[in-house]
Design a protein around this ligand. Structure first.
Ligand code: 9L3
Ligand code: MG
Length: 134
């Protein structure tokens, strides 16, 4: 049996808005929006992976707040799990995009205005529910 590999996704929240990031690669995902993050490395905790991925992908310092319920299927053997995250002081804006080419801070009213990756849609719905009570 193949072990699951967890992909961590960050629901970065600031001032009641959710950060959405538009992927620039690979081509089949480019232009679609996601909760930023990536694969947990062997021996790494998901929380450390989240902090590492946000530093690598966006150039920000962040701390994990709490787990968003649910587990979202990606192409096997990957599954997506999501945490709410806040940026640390002095790190209020992403500095250096690595795997993305645009960012948006979405209000509750705007959350479905971007073309989320199919796999992120149920995760974002759960984030909206826990954050904005929708
Ligand atoms: N993925 C889907 N939704 C997300 C994230 C962070 C990742 N919110 C998918 C895209 C890739 C795989 O998981 O197929 C690994 O992600 P990455 O390491 O390419 O960011
Ligand atoms: Mg990534």
């Amino acid at each position: 049996m193949t072990e699951l590999i967890v992909v961590v996704g960050a629901a970065v929240l600031s001032g009641g808005r959710l950060l959405a990031a538009r992927r620039s690669a690979p081509v089949e995902l480019a232009g679609r929006w996601e909760l930023p993050g990536g694969k947990v490395e062997p021996g790494e905790s998901p929380e450390r992976a989240l902090v590492r991925e946000l530093r690598e992908e966006l150039g920000v310092s962040a701390e994990v707040v709490r787990r968003v319920p649910g587990e979202y299927a990606l192409r096997a053997p990957y599954v997506l799990r999501v945490w709410t995250v806040r940026l640390l002081a002095g790190s209020s804006e992403p500095l250096a995009l690595q795997d993305h080419d645009a960012l948006r801070w979405l209000t509750a009213d705007e959350v479905w205005d971007v073309d989320w990756l199919d796999q992120d849609v149920p995760a974002v719905a759960e984030v909206a529910r826990v954050v904005w009570g929708e």
